[in-house]
Design a binder for this molecule. Structure first.
Ligand code: FBP
Length: 338
């Protein structure tokens, strides 16, 4: 008896049935993002060849300008979504300001925030990279989107997700109806439902963080990581295993399936970034929506990421995300030891 094959489009349409007044605008927007991901993965998969055929940023043997992969991914997300009439504005990790919808195109009822290529330090070394997205409903009442439409707390997200370009390409998303994972079948060019209703284990066995920053962390964070590495004599708990790819999407995805905690704490390493490295709108909040829908938690060390009221487009926040009991424990150490 063959398993039911569900394409991502079929799944989106099934989900839409939960909303009798749905116009299809939201469903089509999700599908546009899946399509953009297919175009991006085509370039990601041949990134290594660029070295042979022409250096990124240079003109290749065909005389074509070889775009750096993150520039290509950014352009693809913008070009895929700027003319559809579903969005009133966009924002990207790569663009300092809001990306307006060109005047010649109609404006829609949603705003899209995205990190076009997460894990930029891993692009040239063939390690997993990703794309992260977050969708909000327009609230400003203006035809074209404004900053107000972006500066909404995480719990106001209509949908969030990521695409991981790894051993296989997967799209994982939530629209508040659970977390679902789709694997791209390159032979048919379709994302097929492979991981329905993902639930993260309540406690994990992996911790993911850049321990190179250890000496720049607060006492509470250092003590928590020391605790994870030490076997729990009293509790008989075995020590956690360290796993760090250096791509948020990839480290998060492992922990989502296997259990564990990813941390990018605030540190004193770079005075210009007192609140850590990761951005609230295009990294922390979308991952927080997904992990909460999967039964996990996301915190800045003191409060839920989903409750934070954004103040600026590229605001950064500390991030502790993953299995519920692990994030609870991290907060406890920070409460006790600062
Ligand atoms: P980019 O979006 O610019 O790639 O930055 C985010 C990121 O690469 C995350 O994916 C990853 O978790 C983190 O930065 C790695 O930072 P570091 O190299 O300091 O460990």
């Amino acid at each position: 008896m063959t398993a039911k094959i569900t394409t991502i489009e079929r799944h989106f349409l099934d989900q839409q049935r939960h909303f009798p007044d749905a116009t299809g605008e939201f469903t089509s927007l999700l599908y546009d993002i899946a399509l953009a991901a297919k175009i991006i993965v085509r370039e990601v998969n041949k990134a290594g060849l660029v070295e042979i055929l022409g250096l990124a940023g240079e003109v290749n043997v065909q005389g074509e300008q070889v775009m750096k992969l993150d520039v290509f991914a950014n352009e693809t997300m913008i070009r895929m979504n700027d003319h559809t009439g579903r969005l009133c504005a966009m924002a990207s990790e790569e663009n300092p300001d809001i990306i307006p919808i060109p005047d010649q195109f109609p404006a829609g009822n949603y705003v899209l925030v995205f990190d076009p290529l997460d894990g930029s330090s891993n692009i040239d070394v063939n390690a997993s990279v990703g794309t992260i997205f977050s969708i909000h409903r327009k609230v400003s009442g203006r035809e074209r989107g404004t900053l107000e439409d972006f500066l909404q707390p995480g719990y106001e997200q209509a949908a969030a997700g990521y695409i991981i370009y790894g051993a296989s390409t997967m799209m994982v998303y939530t629209s508040g109806q659970g977390v679902h994972g789709f694997t791209l079948d390159p032979s048919v060019g379709e994302f097929l439902l492979s991981h329905p209703n993902i639930q993260i284990p309540p406690r994990g066995r992996y911790y993911s963080t850049n321990e190179g920053n250890y000496h720049y962390w607060s006492g509470g964070v250092r003590r928590y990581v020391d605790y994870l590495k030490a076997p729990g004599k009293a509790s008989g708990r075995s020590s956690y295993s360290g796993r760090y790819i250096g791509t948020l999407v990839a480290d998060f995805h492992r922990n989502l399936l296997a259990g564990g905690i990813f941390m990018y704490p605030a540190d004193t390493k770079d005075p210009k970034k007192p609140h850590g490295k990761l951005r609230l709108l295009c990294e922390a909040a979308p991952m927080a929506f997904i992990v909460e829908q999967a039964g996990g938690r996301a915190s800045d060390g003191r409060e839920d990421i989903m409750q934070i009221q954004p103040e600026s487009l590229h605001q950064r926040v500390p991030l502790f995300i993953g299995s519920r009991e692990d994030v609870d424990e991290a907060e406890q150490f920070i409460r006790e030891f600062g």
